[in-house]
Write a protein that binds this ligand. Structure first.
Ligand SMILES: [Zn+2]
Length: 318
């Protein structure tokens, strides 16, 4: 898992989210559950990691992390004995019972269940913090197990949740958290961070600063996919196999860059290809259907070689 940034100054806008988060962090006690919600790329995870750093720091300054103590140094590296980050598991994309309680039938690899994690006090930091991303992906059993912790937490226990869709999080969870909205920046704010991107790149990142940073870090990769998309309409049908192999190589590089499994990397690269083809005006009728079908088969665990062959046989040579 990539190390998530903990410094909210990289985020544009979000003034109210930052204010609320700092108010929570400055309180000596009280709040122990916070839910950040907002669209993809709005900075939820960075805000969540920032709050975790505030809560873990041993010598906070007005509630903010000192940046120098052992706790701050550990969390900056993404590893901290008193911090645990939980994400939904593929392919179901659910947070499982084994993430929350050890009474579950199946243990989750590398995860100490939340309830066990909170059984003992902090080793290094001031608190123990669990970050659960995709709070809407907690099904009833797991959510109910978590509720007990949210209702009667040990004094050192802090739970941070994030979601893209607040309305899909169980009301019993929402009512026990302070909810903090993370909105995408206004056009004016966004232009400050998106200014160096081309119009095509701005469209690709959908105005999101988080996505823009991602694009900037891997510009060559996105450029190679864009060049691939632009060249497709000029390629003869006989090159379908070669095109499929080239695309698979780009998807592989994408997976390496973003630490994704093959299926997710293939699916996301297909989504990006669709975006680029749309910008080219090359995604009409049959081509659109072919990409949608390829995406459906990849997500359904189809063999990527066969899926890509079929896709490029269908869209080349038109
Ligand atoms: Zn510190």
């Amino acid at each position: 898992m990539a190390v998530a940034p903990t410094d909210p100054s990289v985020l544009v806008g979000l003034e109210s989210a930052k204010r609320v988060t700092h108010a929570i962090a400055a309180q000596a006690a009280g709040v122990h559950g916070v839910l950040f919600y907002g669209p993809p790329g709005s900075g939820k995870t960075t805000m969540a990691m920032h709050l975790a750093a505030c809560w873990l720091c041993n010598a906070p300054v007005d509630g903010l992390p000192c940046g120098e103590c052992r706790s701050c140094l550990s969390i900056a590296k993404g590893r901290h004995a008193d911090f645990q980050r939980i994400l939904p598991v593929q392919p179901s994309n659910w947070i499982r019972m084994g993430h929350i309680t050890s009474n579950a039938e199946k243990e989750e690899e590398g995860v100490v269940p939340v309830i066990d994690f909170f059984r003992t006090g902090p080793l290094l930091g001031r608190s123990k913090v669990v970050l659960i991303e995709g709070a809407d992906r907690l099904y009833d059993g797991a959510a109910n197990a978590l509720l007990k912790t949210l209702e009667e937490p040990p004094p050192y226990a802090k739970v941070i949740l994030t979601t893209e869709t607040l309305s899909r999080v169980l009301p019993t969870i929402v009512s026990r958290c302070v909810c903090v909205v993370c909105e995408l920046p206004t056009d004016q704010d966004a232009s400050q961070v998106l200014g160096d991107l081309t119009p095509a790149e701005v469209a690709l990142v959908r105005g999101s600063p988080g996505e823009a940073n991602r694009l900037r870090e891997h510009r060559e990769l996105f450029a190679s996919l864009q060049a691939f998309a632009q060249g497709l309409s000029r390629r003869p049908r006989g090159e379908a196999l070669v095109a499929g192999e080239e695309f698979a190589a780009i998807a592989g590089a994408y997976g390496n860059a973003f630490d994704l499994g093959a299926r997710q990397a293939n699916a996301e690269t297909l989504e990006l290809l669709a975006d680029y083809l749309s910008q080219e005006g090359a995604l009409n009728g049959e081509a659109r259907q072919a990409v949608i079908e390829a995406h459906r088969r990849i997500v359904g665990n189809g063999a990527s070689g066969i899926v890509f062959d079929a896709l490029f046989s269908s869209i080349l040579g038109r």
